[in-house]
Design a protein around this ligand. Sequence first.
Ligand code: SF4
Ligand code: SF4
Length: 400
Amino acid sequence: MNPNSITTEADRCVKCGLCLPQCPTYKLTQDEGDSPRGRISLIQAVMTDQIPEPHTRFHLDRCLVCRACETACPSGVRYGFLIDAIRQKSRQGLLTGLANAAVASLPYRRITRSLLNIYLKPPLRRILRWLGGKTVRRLDSLLPNAISTERLVSRTTAPDQPRGRVALFTGCVTGLLERQTLAAAIQVLEHCHYEVIIPENQGCCGAIHGHSGNPDKAHKLGDNNLNAFNPLSVEAIITCASGCGAQLQEYGLHGLDLQHPVMDISEFLLKSADIGANVLGKLDKSVLVHTPCTMKNVMKSEHAVAGLLKKIPGLQLEALALTDCCGSAGSYMLTQPVIADQLREPAIEILRAKRPDILVTSNTGCAMHLRAGIVQASLPIEVCHPVELIARQLKIANSP
Ligand code: SF4
Ligand code: SF4
């Protein structure tokens, strides 16, 4: 990273403070060091050698990279660029380093899914949770009760009267833990007469690496995805996790030329697939819609989920009125567990008061973090991806 580009970007901040009311960590701690303006000042101090970098790490590590501050900034400061760039200067913690290495490779191995399913069986899970330390228990709280080992396959033949062809980005954690979401996306896309291509050589998007100070690895992973997707003849790359979608959409900022538009599955289905309410079965349930920061602040698709789910007859739909990040933020829920849980609490309070049947969210990390909070609060609320609801209602509508 060119130091001049960091300084130039940081110097665009006029210190007006308009971003402060948008910043979840500042609102929580009321500490200027935990605000976007304060963090930019710290970045400037590091770049001009006024403060040694390790002295700033406490506040910089507490940033969620939710980028809510960017939406309020009249100077258009690219805060996301700054925080990723300065983290490159920091030494990675052991947990972050291990998490980075693990997500890039383990989720793509079949053996990982099999071993995880063995772990998830009650006796072993209970024993290891009891024997394991705080970190094991934290990781365990984010896992579902079972994972699908279903193989995700592209159609070998195009559907009758194909409407078009899309590629599906599976993602590392989504492919491992929320495979049913990907299966639902394939089912709905095929129902809408799209041919779905799932390149086997695709890999992790690199977001976790880029946000935790490892841009070289993020770039390498990005390059791998260019090789997997660029040769395809598709109209869009579809993502089911907005954290991955946001990263893929911004590959260009990192010098990676992805040659197809990237769209969130809900937005694609709403805009292109033309699902009519007449093909969806009635669902008499209440649903709260959580909008992940990456969906709102980067992909700018915050209205897509409600627009799509409105097509299900009978659904009582409401937005989860959360002003801030839920605290998941990639590996943040592991590296900053105290703040992550404090930020989740308003969501749990709303859920406790409203008691919906289902909470939908479009990002895998948010689903894991919110689900863990819901389990901890003993609330009988299902957490799923919006496309899973669409797939279920298609099945009901089509059953004899
Ligand atoms: S990215 Fe989010 S947490 Fe970080 S400074 Fe901006 S608003 Fe605050
Ligand atoms: S709103 Fe923009 S210019 Fe103002 S303090 Fe925040 S980052 Fe700086």
